[in-house]
Design a protein around this ligand. Structure first.
Ligand code: ADP
Length: 340
């Protein structure tokens, strides 16, 4: 599909370049022809003068220098031929060079689009795959239950609870996808204003505390008040992802640290499973999950949290930096611009 588009684009580049080149050549030819005609007329006048001098010399019985009246016409035709030939060679060279150059440029132009389409395809395939698992489980459970004539109310309740888990899982995925779309598409209207970083983070930490408590994890906060330029909703979203991940991937560790400094630095640190060096460049990719996360069925997720966090950071104009050591823990750090 993209090869055909590339050839078509090259064709259009060629049409434009050759139209300009041929137009320019026609103008050059006409200009040169006019000059040649003027030169030829001057030659003819000079020849007429020479002829009259010759006639005079003949009449006087003096020797006549050799003259040739047709010489001017012949060189004019030759000069025209030469100009046409040169223009044809130049145009041919332009056709070949612009054909090759156009093909190369068409490739460069289409490359980002081709990458985007590839990513989109991968995204759809991954999303369908993630949806298929809970859907299949839901369908199987319902089918088995329908065939079970001896099913008691207690069994039905257990089944419904399991179904609800699958539905929750699908709802979570669709929420992630909607968020990702919202923050990636840039539709959301982002307004940056002066705000206290510590107070937003403190709110999010409070929201996540029950989840941490379920896992016996203590969230230790060291929040210095600092006014930064940001957006509350976006920073809350980013903090939510980082704090939730720190809790999720804490393993046996029983504490995480959330810090803000007076310089506008925000740090979330855990002492859990850590991230292998080979995974670090990919953790912000959509649907990417490191092996440690996949193999442990207790750590649920879709590999979308950090993609959302990155989109949010991009929109806020900040960068998320990660330091991690497998088995020792991870540190996610964001530097916000301090408001004056
Ligand atoms: P999810 O947590 O849903 O799998 P994320 O996009 O939030 O997806 O994270 C991507 C991957 O990065 C995770 O699967 C995990 O392997 C790794 N990761 C993220 N945060 C941490 C962390 N604090 N500690 C260890 N691994 C992490």
């Amino acid at each position: 599909m993209f090869e055909e588009a590339r050839l078509k684009l090259t064709g259009w580049y060629l049409v434009i370049i050759m139209t300009i080149s041929l137009g320019f050549s026609a103008a050059v030819y006409m200009g040169a022809n006019e000059e040649l005609m003027r030169f030829d007329n001057a030659q003819r006048i000079r020849q007429l003068r020479v002829d009259s001098v010759n006639t005079f010399l003949i009449q006087q019985g003096l020797p006549v220098p050799p003259g040739n009246e047709t010489q001017g016409l012949e060189s004019l035709a030759l000069a025209r031929k030469r100009i046409v030939c040169s223009l044809a060679i130049v145009n041919l060279a332009i056709l070949v060079v612009s054909g090759l150059g156009g093909y190369f440029l068409a490739g460069l132009t289409l490359d980002p689009i081709s990458k985007m389409v590839k990513e989109q395809k991968e995204f759809i395939s991954n999303a369908s795959h993630e949806l298929r698992t809970p859907l299949t489980s839901l369908k199987t459970e319902i089918e088995v239950a329908l065939r079970d004539e001896k099913m008691t109310v207690k069994d039905a309740k257990i089944l419904l609870a399991s179904n609800l888990e699958d539905v929750n899982s699908m709802q979570k995925l669709s929420n992630y996808l909607l968020k990702l779309h919202r923050f990636e598409s840039g539709d959301a209207d982002i307004k940056l204003k002066k705000m206290d970083l510590a107070s937003v983070i403190s709110k999010v930490v409070k929201e996540k505390t029950p989840y941490a408590a379920q896992k016996n994890i203590k969230i230790i906060t060291k929040l210095s008040k600092v006014d930064i330029k940001g957006n509350e909703e976006y920073i809350a979203e980013l903090t939510g992802v980082l704090v939730e991940n720190a809790i999720k991937y804490s393993g046996k560790a029983k504490k995480i640290e959330v810090t803000t400094t007076k310089e506008g630095t925000f740090i979330v640190r855990d002492f859990g499973v850590g991230i292998a060096e080979k995974d670090l460049p990919h953790i912000f990719d959509r649907f990417y999950r490191a092996d440690t996360a996949r193999s442990k069925s207790s750590v649920e997720g879709y590999g979308l949290g950090l993609s959302i966090a990155k989109s949010v950071a991009d929109r806020l104009g900040v960068e998320i930096k990660v330091k991690s050591q497998p088995g020792k823990g991870s540190q996610f750090c964001v530097q916000f611009p301090v408001a004056s």
